[in-house]
Design a protein around this ligand. Structure first.
Ligand SMILES: [Fe+2]
Length: 462
């Protein structure tokens, strides 16, 4: 680390040459303004990418310089100016973080870009690259999916970094519980975790939903750090948003609204109403034919067979059947009404693939249950590693579990083979062995079991 004072002679010269250069902001000697924790997230469509980073001291500019790769060397031909916001942590030190965001626009879908971010006076990041998501019908994206990855014991991080930097993945879905916990040590745990995932998240969009470990200070530390774009609201909303990746529409929601009620009730309804709106749009014929797959990502599962310490071990889980006594805002009916093909969750620190299931009834009475399945598929992928280690399993009263593992650390890899076929693999770390694999086929845009006329207040309670 070097202090501000070391910069001053050169700085004075620079300022005397150009009166148009903005003055630097004063800050303490122990702070520094270089960019860190760089990560990407999707913008409104394939022509946009959001770059988010942190500085420990304020800067006057939030800039991304970028350019197309290829040709005669690296040139930053374009520049995006963003903005910064102050996040003051609620821990005892009331630490300050400066969160910078810039939206890169008019990207060429499918093109590779180099970029760096920072401030011309205060310093730049290293140079990274990304590929703008293709938007043509031939795009066959690959996803890395997991929840519950921590600052300590993050066993999968090395392999995830390798997969991304070797071009094997187009996007990451982290289904909640990051860092364990980002607010710890006055937010320093979050800083450390975001530095750990930078070699992943600076190269591909790192899409998130909140988990229970993000609850501190009403999720404000989590909220400050990420930039998930809600297209309907035309604003960042790290709790509920959706995005498209090739032939897949992905909806990301907060399961935590149903449990942290002391932060308020109304957000459950706001999210539910938005979810219905989003899924309705996704089911318009033109949209569904273009993107026949719909995924839902949330932190807590509707079903699991882990020993009880959560919601999913109860047959009438809140996430599945709604609020206690009233069954308001139940989510499982939405899966059927709107034909959600796969629900991705974590929370349990294990891997579990469920048989196609709806209303607590398994649909596996045919030779290939995942070929044109008869109900939504649920995958619980919460074992990339965290300080809480792995979660044991218990009984399976519904016979819902098709494959489960809690003795190795894992993450999920999902590849679109063709518009009607997905390859799903659960990968064990550190060796990269495929622990479990299935092919998911759906020959129709709308799943055969979808019931668009289903009433939303239908109870699914057994
Ligand atoms: Fe959790």
């Amino acid at each position: 680390m070097f202090s501000r004072k070391m910069w001053m002679p050169g700085l004075c010269l620079l300022l005397s040459v150009s009166a148009t250069v903005a003055a630097l902001t004063d800050y303490d000697d122990e702070d520094y303004p270089q960019p860190e924790q760089i990560h990407l997230s999707l913008g409104a469509d394939e022509t946009q990418m959001i770059v988010t980073w942190v500085t420990q001291a304020p800067t006057n500019h939030s800039v991304v310089e970028y350019g197309l790769s290829g040709g005669s060397g690296l040139k930053f031909t374009r520049r995006a100016s963003g903005y910064s916001t102050l996040y003051q942590d609620f821990g005892s030190e009331r630490r300050k973080l400066y969160i910078h965001r810039a939206v890169l626009k008019k990207l060429i879908p499918g093109a590779m870009y180099y970029y760096h971010c920072g401030d011309p006076l205060d310093g730049w990041s290293a140079v990274y690259w990304f590929r703008a998501l293709p938007n043509d019908a031939n795009f066959k994206p690959s996803f890395l999916i997991y929840g519950d990855m921590g600052n300590k014991n993050g066993r999968a991080i090395a392999l995830l970094q390798s997969e991304v930097q070797n071009g094997k993945a187009d996007i990451v879905l982290h289904v909640g519980d990051l860092a364990y916990d980002m607010a710890d040590d006055n937010g320093r745990r979050g800083d450390e975790f975001m530095r750990q995932i930078e070699p992943i998240a600076a190269y591909v969009p790192y899409q998130v939903c909140p988990g229970n470990h993000e609850y501190h200070y009403n999720f404000s530390n989590y909220d400050a750090r990420f930039s998930m774009y809600n297209r309907q609201r035309k604003a960042i909303n790290n709790h509920y948003h959706s995005f498209n990746v090739g032939p897949v529409h992905i909806v990301s929601i907060s399961a935590e609204f149903y449990f942290f009620l002391h932060f308020g009730f109304e957000q459950i309804k706001y999210q539910f109403d938005w979810l219905v709106q989003d899924l309705t749009e996704a089911n318009e014929q033109e949209n569904r034919e273009k993107r026949p797959w719909i995924f839902l990502m949330a932190h807590r599962p509707m079903y699991c067979t882990n020993l009880g310490n959560g919601d999913c071990d109860r047959i009438n889980s809140i996430i599945r059947t709604g609020m206690p006594f009233t069954n308001n805002f139940a989510l499982e009916p939405l899966l059927k009404k709107f034909g959600v093909d796969i629900m991705w969750t974590g929370h349990q620190h294990s891997y579990e693939r469920l048989w196609p299931v709806f209303n607590a009834t398994v649909q596996n009475n045919k030779s290939e249950p995942y070929s044109n399945p008869d109900a939504p598929i649920h995958i619980v992928t919460g074992s990339p590693g965290c300080e809480e280690n792995l979660s044991p399993f218990g009984d399976d009263p519904l016979n819902v579990s098709a494959f489960r593992s809690s003795d190795v650390y894992t993450f999920s890899r999902l590849s679109v083979v063709r518009k009607t076929q997905l390859l799903f693999q659960q990968v064990a770390v550190p060796e990269g062995r495929v622990l479990d694999e299935i092919v998911i086929v759906k020959d129709t845009a709308y799943p055969t079991w979808q019931d668009p006329d289903m009433a939303l207040d239908a109870s699914v309670v057994q």
